[in-house]
Structure formats: C-alpha cells, structure tokens
Design a protein around this ligand. Structure first.
Ligand code: NDP
Length: 386
C-alpha cells in the first residue's frame, strides 16, 4: 500500500462545491502541438468542469487510489516544520503538488522523505522541487507537460491588452461610480503597431505569438534554439540572439522560460535599464526570473509603464509583498494555468502518471523531469541542474 500525499490550494471561502457559471467544458481532442492529450484508462473520477485543484476536489483521485488499497492524504497546510505536509512527508511514497500552491520540496525536506519515490507536479513547472536533490535521492519527478499551455497563453494575451489599454484602472473607475474619461485614457494606447517580444518561444511562448499575430503587432523572440524558418516566416518573427538585444527592441517584454539556477534574475537592474521607457512586462513564468525590488523601483521611476505577473515568490505571497500595491500592476495570484479547463487536463494527466507508476509501465517521456538520478525527457530539454 502506498501513501500519496497531495497538497492542493484551499477550497473557496464560500464553500465547496462552488456554484459553477457554466455546465461542462468544450470537448477538445488534441493539443495544438504534436503532443497528445492525457490518456488515463478507465473512469476519470471527476466530471470535467468541476473544481479539482482545491482540497475537496482532490484532483478526482480518491476513488482510484483507495480502490487499489492506497492511502490518500490531501492538505493545503504546506509551510513550516509543523505543517501537515512536513509532518506526513516521512510516510509518503508519492507527493503531488501544484505550482499554484507549491509544496516546496527543498533538499532539507527531501532528506526527511526517506520513502519518497515519485513527485508529481499537477501542471507545468517543477522548480518548487530541488531537482538536483531529487535526482541524488533517486526520486522520479514528473509533470503534465502541455496541460495548461493554452490557458497561460490566453492569460498573457489578456494581460497585454489589460495593461496597454489601461483596462483595470478604467474598470475600477466605472465600478466606483466615476466617469472621468480623461483619467481612464491618459495611459491608454492601442497595441497595433507595437513591438512584442517573448523570452522563450516554447509551448506557451509560441502559442502567445500565434494569438497576438492578428493584432498586427511586430513579433520578436529569443531563446537558445531558433524556431523553424517556416514558423518564423508564418509569424514574420524577428529572432534576437540574446535577451539584451530583444529587450532593447520591444515595447512589451514577455517572460516564458523555466526557472533554473542560471535563469534566476534574468531581468535585473541592468537588464531593465536596457529596456525602452514605457515598456510593459508580462511574467506568467516564475517570479524569481526577475529582481523583485528592481521591478518596483523601475515602475516608481516611470521606466516601466506596467507589470503584469501571475507568479510570486514565495507562494502564497505575504500580504505586504510590494507587487500587491505597486502602481500599474496587473497582478493575479498564480491562476493562469489553473482554469477549470486546465484542471480537467492536468488531473487526467496526474491519473495517467499514477496508473503507469502503479502498473510498472514507463511514464510518458514527455512528462518526465527527473528519473534514474538525472534530468530526463522534458526535464532534460527544459532544465539545468546548475
Ligand atoms: P517550454 O519548455 O516549452 O518552453 C520554454 C522555452 O524557454 C523553450 O523554448 C526554451 O528554448 C526557452 N529557454 C529555456 N532556457 C532559456 C534561456 N536560458 N534563455 C532563453 N530561452 C530559454 O515550456 P512551456 O512553454 O510549457 O512553459 C514555460 C514556463 O511557463 C514553465 O517552465 C513554467 O515556469 C511557466 N508556467 C506557468 C504557468 C502559470 O500558471 N502561470 C502554467 C504553466 C507553465 P531553448 O531551449 O531553445 O532556449
């Protein structure tokens, strides 16, 4: 019998289940890339469209796991040595966590997790796990690659428009009973004709570029490997050999690279100084890609016109985190990749990983981050251990 320790975000303050705005989800049968969607066998254990990512949703896993005689422990209490997560960790064979409410698996915690064999990220981005320590401890790390790429790409498009059009302050004025149009439009522009650049044009970054193409913006990207000439021609892309060249050229900078040791603080004070005055920055990737306080200073100085981030460090962010009250911010708690639509996909992918693990079948290469003492599958392409 295995003990599965699952860390999920708290239920809605109004109780579970919530009142859903719609019934069901559109039926999708494929991702826009060549990757196939999660394909667990047997019943799903949930109805797509339900809230699965909070504690009572249990990712729809209870019947499957208990049907096999395993124990499922679900908690949102994850921080500090007295947390339920840390107390239960020595008993856990499998840990499941979501990047939105990450159960940080540090080297110290991994040392306490003597039975741990598998750590699953229900979603994309396993930087909340010390991957080097996990590989040294022989733990397999897997995530549901592809599951929420379009969810995040849609969020990026939304925040580009929200910042440039000054949507959020204008909406607040209308809610507050105001009608001062000049206050709304004094910072409002069209995106048409602007230069948009993404640092990272992988699954999400490329989906963002494709979605912004119809807005008649000039599109730029940088990453270590160039996209195909067909894709560059289709989207009329300008490739930049490095981050500095890209940020000097664009009006909107989008961050879409994984966080690993050498991408930490990719955007620091010096890189911000290379950007045009009035730049907008979108960061749905990871907070530590940027220097938190340098962003605040650049916004206060009027150098950055707006910063829309979906990601913070740590998560949950403390109430006094300076990005909460920073001018011209379009911050959200980490939600981009956990729409009800995304949850159905990554819950199904988590079930598929568990089924493969318990049936002693290989986990899809696409889902692997760490295996057999080193980076593997998607992990070998996306991460570096140093
Ligand atoms: P991919 O691996 O498909 O894309 C990442 C891209 O970044 C690759 O194309 C890679 O290209 C590029 N890259 C990696 N390192 C560097 C570097 N040092 N300099 C420049 N480019 C680099 O990942 P996804 O698009 O699926 O996801 C990206 C990130 O988005 C995730 O790691 C995660 O942190 C975040 N995310 C956030 C979510 C949310 O809810 N907010 C949900 C899902 C993901 P190359 O190797 O050629 O450099």
């Amino acid at each position: 019998m295995a003990t599965v320790l699952c860390v999920l975000y708290p239920d809605p303050v109004t109780g579970y289940p919530p009142e859903y705005a719609r019934t069901g989800l559109p039926l999708l049968t494929s991702y826009p890339t060549d990757r196939s969607m999660p394909a667990p066998t047997g019943p799903l254990g949930f109805t797509p469209g339900e809230l699965l990512g909070s504690v009572s949703g249990e990712l729809g896993l209870r019947n499957y796991l208990e049907g096999l005689g395993h124990q499922l422990i679900v908690t949102s209490d994850k921080d500090g040595p007295e947390s339920e997560f840390e107390r239960m960790l020595p008993k856990a064979d499998i840990v499941i966590s979501q990047p939105f409410w990450p159960a940080y698996l540090t080297r110290e915690r991994i040392a306490k997790a003597s039975k741990l064999k598998l750590a699953i990220t229900a979603g994309i981005g396993s930087d909340h796990i010390d991957l080097k320590a996990a590989s040294e401890a022989g733990i397999t790390v897997a995530e549901v690659t592809g599951s929420n790429c379009i969810s995040v790409a849609e969020h990026v498009v939304m925040t580009v428009l929200a910042l440039v059009r000054n949507y959020l302050p204008s909406h607040a004025i209308s809610v507050d009973g105001g009608w001062n149009i000049a206050d709304c439009v004094s910072r409002s522009y069209d995106v048409e004709g602007m230069d948009f650049g993404t640092i990272g044009a992988g699954r999400i970054g490329l989906a963002v570029l494709r979605r912004l193409k119809p807005f008649d913006m000039r599109l730029h990207y940088t990453q270590r490997h160039r996209l195909s000439t067909e894709i560059e021609a289709e989207l009329n892309l300008t490739f930049h050999p490095d981050v500095k060249s890209l940020v000097q050229s664009v009006d909107i900078v989008n961050l879409q690279v994984p966080l690993y040791p050498s991408t930490e603080h990719l955007i620091d004070e010096a890189m911000l100084a290379e950007m045009k005055r009035g730049v907008y920055i979108i960061n749905t990737a990871r907070a530590k890609l940027v220097d938190r306080d340098a962003i605040v200073r650049a916004v206060e100085a009027g150098h950055i016109a707006g910063y829309a981030g979906d990601v913070w460090y740590p998560q949950p962010a403390p109430p006094d985190h300076p990005w909460r009250s920073m001018f011209y911010n379009g911050m959200t708690p980490h939600i981009a990749g956990t729409s009800l639509s995304a949850q159905a996909r990554y819950a199904a992918g988590t079930l598929e990983i568990l089924q493969d693990y318990f049936e002693k079948k290989p986990i899809r290469e696409d889902y692997l981050i760490v295996e057999a003492g080193g980076l593997a599958g998607t992990g070998a392409r996306s991460y570096q251990l140093t």
